[in-house]
Ligand binder design. Structure first.
Ligand SMILES: [Zn+2]
Length: 281
Protein backbone atom coordinates (compact mmCIF):
# COMPACT_ATOMS: atom_id res chain seq x y z
CA UNK A 1 0.00 0.00 0.00
CA UNK A 2 2.80 2.40 0.96
CA UNK A 3 4.56 1.62 -2.39
CA UNK A 4 1.47 2.78 -4.25
CA UNK A 5 1.47 5.99 -2.13
CA UNK A 6 5.11 6.62 -3.02
CA UNK A 7 4.37 5.97 -6.70
CA UNK A 8 1.41 8.39 -6.62
CA UNK A 9 3.59 10.97 -4.82
CA UNK A 10 6.32 10.79 -7.48
CA UNK A 11 3.76 10.94 -10.30
CA UNK A 12 2.27 14.07 -8.66
CA UNK A 13 5.73 15.69 -8.38
CA UNK A 14 6.44 14.82 -12.04
CA UNK A 15 3.10 16.38 -13.15
CA UNK A 16 3.83 19.57 -11.13
CA UNK A 17 7.37 19.85 -12.57
CA UNK A 18 6.10 19.31 -16.14
CA UNK A 19 3.42 21.99 -15.61
CA UNK A 20 5.95 24.45 -14.21
CA UNK A 21 8.34 23.81 -17.09
CA UNK A 22 5.72 24.34 -19.77
CA UNK A 23 4.47 27.52 -18.02
CA UNK A 24 8.04 28.88 -17.79
CA UNK A 25 8.70 28.05 -21.44
CA UNK A 26 5.49 29.81 -22.54
CA UNK A 27 6.37 32.93 -20.52
CA UNK A 28 9.91 33.00 -21.89
CA UNK A 29 8.61 32.75 -25.42
CA UNK A 30 6.16 35.59 -24.79
CA UNK A 31 8.91 37.93 -23.53
CA UNK A 32 9.57 40.39 -26.38
CA UNK A 33 12.97 40.11 -27.88
CA UNK A 34 15.26 43.08 -27.11
CA UNK A 35 15.31 45.66 -29.90
CA UNK A 36 18.56 45.86 -31.79
CA UNK A 37 20.67 48.87 -30.65
CA UNK A 38 20.56 51.73 -33.15
CA UNK A 39 23.98 52.37 -34.55
CA UNK A 40 24.72 56.10 -34.82
CA UNK A 41 26.89 57.20 -37.71
CA UNK A 42 30.52 57.38 -36.70
CA UNK A 43 31.56 61.03 -36.49
CA UNK A 44 35.16 61.92 -36.08
CA UNK A 45 35.73 65.21 -34.30
CA UNK A 46 39.20 66.53 -34.76
CA UNK A 47 40.50 68.58 -31.85
CA UNK A 48 42.32 71.77 -32.83
CA UNK A 49 46.04 71.29 -32.40
CA UNK A 50 46.77 74.98 -32.03
CA UNK A 51 47.28 76.61 -28.65
CA UNK A 52 46.00 79.89 -30.06
CA UNK A 53 42.53 78.53 -30.70
CA UNK A 54 40.59 81.56 -29.73
CA UNK A 55 39.19 82.96 -32.94
CA UNK A 56 36.04 81.44 -34.31
CA UNK A 57 33.87 82.74 -37.08
CA UNK A 58 30.10 82.52 -36.77
CA UNK A 59 30.01 79.84 -39.44
CA UNK A 60 33.07 78.02 -38.24
CA UNK A 61 32.96 74.39 -37.26
CA UNK A 62 35.62 72.81 -35.17
CA UNK A 63 37.36 71.54 -38.32
CA UNK A 64 37.60 74.98 -39.90
CA UNK A 65 40.75 77.06 -39.67
CA UNK A 66 40.68 78.57 -36.21
CA UNK A 67 42.48 81.81 -36.79
CA UNK A 68 42.49 83.62 -40.12
CA UNK A 69 45.76 85.18 -39.06
CA UNK A 70 47.41 81.97 -37.89
CA UNK A 71 49.09 81.88 -41.29
CA UNK A 72 50.45 85.44 -41.27
CA UNK A 73 53.87 85.80 -42.75
CA UNK A 74 56.40 88.58 -42.96
CA UNK A 75 55.59 89.03 -46.66
CA UNK A 76 53.33 92.06 -46.40
CA UNK A 77 51.99 93.90 -49.42
CA UNK A 78 53.42 97.29 -50.39
CA UNK A 79 50.28 98.92 -48.96
CA UNK A 80 50.59 97.00 -45.69
CA UNK A 81 54.20 98.14 -45.40
CA UNK A 82 53.38 101.82 -45.92
CA UNK A 83 49.93 102.49 -44.36
CA UNK A 84 48.71 102.35 -40.78
CA UNK A 85 45.07 101.63 -41.62
CA UNK A 86 44.86 98.63 -43.95
CA UNK A 87 42.11 96.06 -44.17
CA UNK A 88 42.90 92.36 -44.13
CA UNK A 89 40.38 90.59 -46.37
CA UNK A 90 41.24 87.23 -44.80
CA UNK A 91 40.65 88.40 -41.24
CA UNK A 92 36.88 88.29 -40.79
CA UNK A 93 34.35 85.83 -42.12
CA UNK A 94 31.10 87.47 -43.22
CA UNK A 95 32.27 90.60 -41.41
CA UNK A 96 32.54 88.81 -38.07
CA UNK A 97 35.30 87.62 -35.79
CA UNK A 98 35.58 86.40 -32.20
CA UNK A 99 38.52 86.78 -29.86
CA UNK A 100 38.42 84.97 -26.55
CA UNK A 101 40.85 86.83 -24.32
CA UNK A 102 40.19 84.43 -21.45
CA UNK A 103 42.14 81.73 -23.31
CA UNK A 104 45.35 83.77 -23.25
CA UNK A 105 47.96 82.77 -20.71
CA UNK A 106 50.06 85.27 -18.75
CA UNK A 107 53.01 84.89 -21.11
CA UNK A 108 50.80 85.61 -24.15
CA UNK A 109 50.35 89.32 -23.41
CA UNK A 110 52.15 92.27 -21.86
CA UNK A 111 51.19 95.83 -20.96
CA UNK A 112 52.91 97.93 -23.66
CA UNK A 113 54.58 100.38 -21.27
CA UNK A 114 54.96 98.58 -17.95
CA UNK A 115 54.03 100.70 -14.95
CA UNK A 116 52.65 103.54 -17.07
CA UNK A 117 49.86 105.96 -16.17
CA UNK A 118 47.22 107.08 -18.67
CA UNK A 119 47.60 110.75 -19.40
CA UNK A 120 44.98 110.89 -22.17
CA UNK A 121 42.11 108.43 -22.74
CA UNK A 122 40.71 107.00 -26.00
CA UNK A 123 38.41 109.42 -27.90
CA UNK A 124 39.28 112.16 -25.40
CA UNK A 125 37.76 115.62 -25.10
CA UNK A 126 37.69 116.25 -28.84
CA UNK A 127 36.50 112.65 -29.53
CA UNK A 128 39.23 112.16 -32.09
CA UNK A 129 41.96 110.54 -30.05
CA UNK A 130 42.58 107.23 -31.82
CA UNK A 131 44.44 105.59 -28.93
CA UNK A 132 45.55 106.15 -25.35
CA UNK A 133 48.58 108.08 -24.12
CA UNK A 134 50.75 106.29 -21.59
CA UNK A 135 53.55 107.88 -19.61
CA UNK A 136 56.31 106.75 -17.31
CA UNK A 137 59.64 108.53 -17.74
CA UNK A 138 61.56 109.64 -20.82
CA UNK A 139 63.28 106.97 -22.91
CA UNK A 140 61.43 104.05 -21.33
CA UNK A 141 61.18 100.63 -22.98
CA UNK A 142 58.03 99.86 -24.99
CA UNK A 143 57.15 96.17 -25.36
CA UNK A 144 54.92 94.26 -27.76
CA UNK A 145 51.46 93.58 -26.32
CA UNK A 146 51.13 90.11 -27.94
CA UNK A 147 53.07 87.73 -30.18
CA UNK A 148 53.11 88.79 -33.82
CA UNK A 149 55.04 90.14 -36.78
CA UNK A 150 56.12 93.76 -37.24
CA UNK A 151 54.23 95.18 -40.23
CA UNK A 152 55.40 98.79 -40.14
CA UNK A 153 58.33 100.53 -38.46
CA UNK A 154 59.25 104.01 -39.71
CA UNK A 155 58.59 107.74 -39.23
CA UNK A 156 54.91 108.38 -40.02
CA UNK A 157 53.71 112.00 -40.13
CA UNK A 158 52.29 113.29 -36.80
CA UNK A 159 52.78 109.85 -35.24
CA UNK A 160 56.56 110.31 -35.33
CA UNK A 161 58.47 107.03 -35.19
CA UNK A 162 55.90 104.29 -35.28
CA UNK A 163 55.78 100.50 -34.89
CA UNK A 164 52.72 98.48 -35.97
CA UNK A 165 52.58 94.80 -35.03
CA UNK A 166 50.14 92.36 -36.61
CA UNK A 167 49.18 89.69 -34.08
CA UNK A 168 48.11 86.09 -34.61
CA UNK A 169 45.03 86.77 -32.47
CA UNK A 170 43.48 89.08 -35.11
CA UNK A 171 44.44 92.41 -33.52
CA UNK A 172 47.04 94.94 -34.57
CA UNK A 173 48.77 97.25 -32.10
CA UNK A 174 50.46 100.57 -32.79
CA UNK A 175 53.17 102.31 -30.77
CA UNK A 176 54.05 105.91 -31.64
CA UNK A 177 56.18 109.03 -30.85
CA UNK A 178 59.09 106.65 -30.23
CA UNK A 179 62.54 108.15 -29.91
CA UNK A 180 63.87 104.93 -31.45
CA UNK A 181 62.38 101.82 -33.07
CA UNK A 182 64.14 98.59 -32.11
CA UNK A 183 62.48 96.37 -34.74
CA UNK A 184 61.95 96.37 -38.50
CA UNK A 185 59.12 95.12 -40.73
CA UNK A 186 59.06 91.33 -40.92
CA UNK A 187 60.53 90.81 -37.42
CA UNK A 188 58.70 88.20 -35.38
CA UNK A 189 58.13 89.47 -31.84
CA UNK A 190 56.94 87.87 -28.61
CA UNK A 191 54.63 89.44 -26.04
CA UNK A 192 56.77 91.53 -23.70
CA UNK A 193 59.67 91.85 -26.15
CA UNK A 194 61.17 95.38 -26.36
CA UNK A 195 60.24 96.95 -29.71
CA UNK A 196 60.91 100.69 -29.21
CA UNK A 197 62.12 103.42 -26.84
CA UNK A 198 59.54 106.02 -25.85
CA UNK A 199 59.97 109.63 -26.98
CA UNK A 200 58.19 112.67 -28.39
CA UNK A 201 58.77 112.44 -32.14
CA UNK A 202 55.96 113.68 -34.41
CA UNK A 203 53.23 115.83 -32.87
CA UNK A 204 53.81 115.34 -29.15
CA UNK A 205 54.21 117.88 -26.38
CA UNK A 206 55.69 115.47 -23.86
CA UNK A 207 57.55 112.16 -23.77
CA UNK A 208 54.89 109.43 -23.93
CA UNK A 209 53.62 106.37 -25.76
CA UNK A 210 50.57 106.80 -27.96
CA UNK A 211 49.17 103.23 -28.06
CA UNK A 212 46.42 102.01 -30.42
CA UNK A 213 44.57 98.73 -30.89
CA UNK A 214 43.23 98.09 -34.39
CA UNK A 215 40.93 95.52 -35.99
CA UNK A 216 40.81 95.28 -39.78
CA UNK A 217 42.37 98.73 -40.08
CA UNK A 218 39.99 100.46 -37.63
CA UNK A 219 41.06 101.69 -34.22
CA UNK A 220 39.08 100.44 -31.22
CA UNK A 221 39.16 101.46 -27.57
CA UNK A 222 42.20 99.77 -25.95
CA UNK A 223 40.14 99.75 -22.75
CA UNK A 224 38.11 96.89 -24.27
CA UNK A 225 41.22 94.72 -24.46
CA UNK A 226 43.15 95.90 -21.39
CA UNK A 227 42.09 96.74 -17.87
CA UNK A 228 44.05 99.99 -17.93
CA UNK A 229 43.90 100.56 -14.17
CA UNK A 230 45.26 97.13 -13.33
CA UNK A 231 47.44 97.10 -16.47
CA UNK A 232 46.33 93.58 -17.31
CA UNK A 233 44.33 91.85 -20.00
CA UNK A 234 40.54 91.65 -19.72
CA UNK A 235 39.32 88.07 -19.64
CA UNK A 236 36.16 88.18 -21.71
CA UNK A 237 35.21 86.85 -25.11
CA UNK A 238 34.65 89.59 -27.69
CA UNK A 239 32.60 89.61 -30.87
CA UNK A 240 33.76 92.00 -33.62
CA UNK A 241 31.39 93.01 -36.39
CA UNK A 242 32.27 95.16 -39.37
CA UNK A 243 29.62 97.88 -39.76
CA UNK A 244 30.55 100.09 -42.69
CA UNK A 245 33.97 101.46 -41.85
CA UNK A 246 33.43 100.96 -38.10
CA UNK A 247 34.02 97.90 -35.95
CA UNK A 248 31.31 97.05 -33.42
CA UNK A 249 32.66 95.22 -30.38
CA UNK A 250 30.46 93.30 -27.96
CA UNK A 251 31.32 90.96 -25.10
CA UNK A 252 29.51 87.63 -25.39
CA UNK A 253 28.58 85.24 -22.62
CA UNK A 254 28.93 81.91 -24.35
CA UNK A 255 32.53 80.94 -24.89
CA UNK A 256 33.09 79.39 -28.30
CA UNK A 257 35.37 76.68 -26.95
CA UNK A 258 32.58 75.48 -24.67
CA UNK A 259 30.52 74.52 -27.69
CA UNK A 260 31.40 71.94 -30.31
CA UNK A 261 31.87 73.95 -33.45
CA UNK A 262 29.25 76.60 -32.89
CA UNK A 263 28.95 79.65 -30.75
CA UNK A 264 26.02 81.66 -29.59
CA UNK A 265 26.38 85.28 -30.57
CA UNK A 266 23.54 86.44 -28.29
CA UNK A 267 23.73 87.86 -24.81
CA UNK A 268 22.12 86.08 -21.82
CA UNK A 269 19.15 88.48 -22.00
CA UNK A 270 18.68 87.88 -25.74
CA UNK A 271 18.92 84.12 -25.21
CA UNK A 272 16.16 84.29 -22.57
CA UNK A 273 13.96 86.24 -24.98
CA UNK A 274 14.59 83.66 -27.72
CA UNK A 275 13.61 80.81 -25.37
CA UNK A 276 10.42 82.74 -24.42
CA UNK A 277 9.54 83.25 -28.09
CA UNK A 278 10.12 79.58 -28.87
CA UNK A 279 7.91 78.52 -25.97
CA UNK A 280 5.22 80.98 -26.99
CA UNK A 281 5.08 79.78 -30.59
ZN1 LIG B 1 47.78 109.96 -28.27
Amino acid sequence: MSQIRYCLFFILIAIILTACHSLWTTQTQQTPKPQPIMRLPQVEISIPTTDFAFIFSQKATIEDPISPRKQITEHFTAREKTNVSVEDPRLMIDGKMLIDLSLLQKEDYAFPLPGAKIISPYAGRRKNHTGIDLKTHAKDTIVSAFDGIVRLAKPYFAYGNIVVVRHYNGLETLYSHNSKNLVKPGDRVKAGQPIAISGRTGRATTDHLHFEVRVNGQHINPNIIFDLKERKLNDHCLSFTQEGNKIKVEPINVMPHQLAGEYNPFTKKQNKEIVKEERGS
